[in-house]
Design a protein around this ligand. Structure first.
Ligand code: PGA
Length: 230
């Protein structure tokens, strides 16, 4: 199985998300049973998007991009894993934008991953050099079953820059992640993936898919990525 995961970040309101879905539907990308397409949305879009997805009968699975590290309770404004359990199957945690901009530590990311798993949501854990060891060790410290997670190698220099790293280099790091997680979980690459370069990453023997930011926002480009792999 290969995985194509979109990450809209803080883009698209509800109306725009439904227009995107109509756009993808009209383009009829070649969805294949060997490719799982997952789209990680802003919290505010998820319910309406899921409803429209069901109406259109498209094989896209939804995810979120963050979750609280806290259990339900008196935490004004927090969105808990329990709330998300009714809405999504996946959730990104530890994206470098959150580690950097919101000072999220590896321990905090691990707490989020644990709560997600307790609510049957697959954590998509983003990792980067030179912190792989520490980032993965934090998961083991909380007894997290890493075989139930996805991992994404996201080199900071490649995120949103239009400058992906060399696929062979990405494969090498994916191999390191596979080793550190006992070869049990899907390993993806993220950073300036486009319809033109996606195949060069996914054909690597240690890379099971891609995480796409910028080019997931435009239906034509996202459909192009799906078609490039079909
Ligand atoms: P990008 O973002 O595709 O725009 O480089 C990737 C990501 O941040 O997940």
């Amino acid at each position: 199985m290969k995985y194509v995961i979109g990450n809209w970040k803080s883009n698209q309101n509800i109306t725009e998300s439904l227009v995107w879905l109509d756009g993808i539907s009209a383009l009829r990308p070649k969805f294949s049973p060997n490719i799982q397409v997952i789209l990680c949305l802003p919290f505010t879009d998820i319910a309406a998007f899921n409803q429209h997805l069901a109406d259109l009968n498209l094989p896209i699975i939804t995810g979120s991009q963050n979750v609280s590290h806290l259990l339900p309770g008196k935490h004004t404004g927090e969105i808990t894993a329990n709330m998300l359990g009714e809405l999504v199957s996946y959730c990104i945690v530890g994206h470098s934008e959150r580690r950097h901009d919101f000072k999220e530590s590896s321990d905090l990311v691990a707490q989020k991953a644990r709560l997600l798993l307790e609510n049957s949501i697959t954590p998509i854990v983003c990792l980067d050099l030179p912190y792989l060891d520490e980032q993965i060790k934090a998961l083991f410290n909380l007894d997290i079953d890493v075989s139930r997670c996805f991992f994404v190698y996201e080199p900071i220099t490649a995120i949103g820059t239009g400058k992906p790293i060399n696929p062979v280099e990405a494969n090498h790091v994916a191999g390191q992640i596979a080793f550190l997680t006992d070869n049990t979980a899907p390993i993806l690459y993220g950073g300036s993936v486009s319809q033109d370069n996606v195949a060069s990453f996914v054909e690597q023997n240690k890379i099971d898919g891609v995480l796409i930011g910028t080019d997931s926002l435009e239906p034509t480009l996202f459909a192009g990525i799906i078609n490039s792999l079909s």
